[in-house]
Design a protein around this ligand. Sequence first.
Ligand SMILES: O=P(O)(O)OC[C@H](O)CO
Length: 189
Amino acid sequence: MDGLLVALSYLVGSLAFGVIAGLLRGTDIRRADLPGGSGVFRQLGPAWGVAVALLDMAKGAVVAYLSVFAEHPWTVPLMALGVVAGHTWPLYFGFRGGGGIAPTLGFFLYLRPGPTLAALGVGLLGVLLYYLAYWRHTRRGIYPIPFGAIWGYAYLLYALRTDPKALSAVLLVALAVLARGLQILMRRR
Ligand SMILES: O=P(O)(O)OC[C@H](O)CO
């Protein structure tokens, strides 16, 4: 049962809605951008971008909901990893997906709303400061949202330090997102 939950998490995560949105509009978004909410926002407009961000978050929340059926203590962290790894390396789309931030948010907003909202605040502050101090002048380096996300993940790890199940889930997810971020930085979309 627990193995099925982890596999299902990966299959749900693999529904990369940014790629699906691009295909609905007759294009592969990955030729021009990353298939997360912000990439779709840039390529297809605000409505598509917001819809994709919400749907990608919803995947995480659905998997967090399903995690109540887990029996083994390691299943919840592995389900978190599964949904994020599905989003970043989707089975249905050649293992080339997004960065993993939105499903992370959805998963932990459902599982641990208080610390996750605080982490979201930290991340958005990071986005704002990075944008004002650096990005708007240069347009070089990593995008503001991934920059802010680094601080959000760091805060979440700190906030959940006495909560072993959630902490191990954040740790696994953060490692997957870091690996995907490095892959993207090396320009292998
Ligand atoms: O990391 P993703 O793929 O969930 O995308 C979320 C935002 O668009 C990142 O800029």
